[in-house]
Write a protein that binds this ligand. Sequence first.
Ligand SMILES: C[S@@+](CC[C@H](N)C(=O)[O-])C[C@H]1O[C@@H](n2cnc3c(N)ncnc32)[C@H](O)[C@@H]1O
Length: 445
Amino acid sequence: MPISPARVAAFDILLRVEREDSYASELLHASRYANLSAADHGLATELVMGILRWRSLLDKYIAERSSQKLPRLDREVLTALRLAAYQLLFLDRVPQRAAVHESVELVKRARKRSAVPFANAVLRNFAGIARNPDGVSAIANAKTAPELAEDSAHPLWLVERWIQEFGFEAGKQICVYNQRIPEAAISVSDATIADELRKHKIQLSAGHLLKSAYCVTAGDLTGTRPFREGRVVTQDEASQLVSMLVGEGSKILDCCAAPGGKTRTLAGRNPNARIVATELYPHRARLLRRLVAAANVQVIAADARKLPTIALFDRVLADVPCSGTGTLARNPEIKWRLKLEDLADLQGRQLAILRSAMQRVSPGGRLVYSTCSLEKEENSAVVEGAMSVDSSFRVLDCRVELERLRAHGELRWEDIDSLTSGPYLQTIPGVHPCDGFFAAILEKI
Ligand SMILES: C[S@@+](CC[C@H](N)C(=O)[O-])C[C@H]1O[C@@H](n2cnc3c(N)ncnc32)[C@H](O)[C@@H]1O
């Protein structure tokens, strides 16, 4: 019996995520998998994301049934075991025999025939195991950081940091949020697009945070004409909110711009502004150009630390590269890759980009520094580091801007206090129904 295309795709993608540091969500949308049927693509997505979300818990179950220590296993063998374990533990519609048989076939396909008896033995030991399709319900009982980390399949060091920063309950809410499939949000500047999407059988509900946002509750958005024509894109509501904090300007610089969600929002809200969008990697700059076709946006492949312009801008956005710990529901592989030591390296880059961006702000102009990280090293510490060596800026209170957006009916979320931490914006996944974003507004005096 051949292995199903969905499992082959999931297996290959999981291996590439480990070998190449690639992002699963990008690989799943690569042209190589465009020929999968909708059902196979759906199953491949469920397997890849589910296994990345629950990896440490799956490994615990495998280790309890294995005669060998997991670090000694070949990557291909461990990946095939994780695939089977995920289906046996979390998917109640997949027959046990199919899950086991196809994983063993994947071991053979990977030319690891000598590991076949071992894989069979491990998976036999799963016989009769109770399925638990709602893995998150167990997280509610966690009383300590180690229990929370184990039950929610997160590295302990991250969980401990979040508990220290946000408290135990918020830490738990973050972990629960990260283990669920997040809603897809879209930004819609023109209400007719929402009507058009509904005609394509896309079910939409009102955005949680923003009036211009909708959540996709059912239907395949990617198959619709507005999506294929680039008239609608998915963008988390917190990301949309960050671009709104940039406000209105006539000359705008977006200096870490790809893939371009925020540039797109900036262009939509500032149709008469001249917008320069820079991105370090040329291939990502091309992606940005495709996503943001607006004539008033100039795309340049450039390093934001050495911007190729001496022009000044009245609005600047520095949405810097970061750890992405606010996006683990969408990018669960990050939690297994990130090391505490990486934060110092990221901070160095972020500080260099912020300081360079500050040079490009005109007097009276504003700069928004943002990340999708929950880690203070990448957030307040970077802002404070930059402010300590440049007294020509002051930090504005984000609350004022949030209240303005609320007064204009653009911000739907009522509890503005919960969105702020000191003068900064900080959304927390699970506490808020969106990714975790940080933003600071700096004004050039
Ligand atoms: C957080 S993402 C930006 C997301 C984007 N603002 C959006 O909303 O779609 C950071 C981007 O900065 C780019 N980048 C990394 N280092 C950079 C640098 N030194 N200069 C410019 N861009 C950089 C990354 O390639 C990545 O595309």
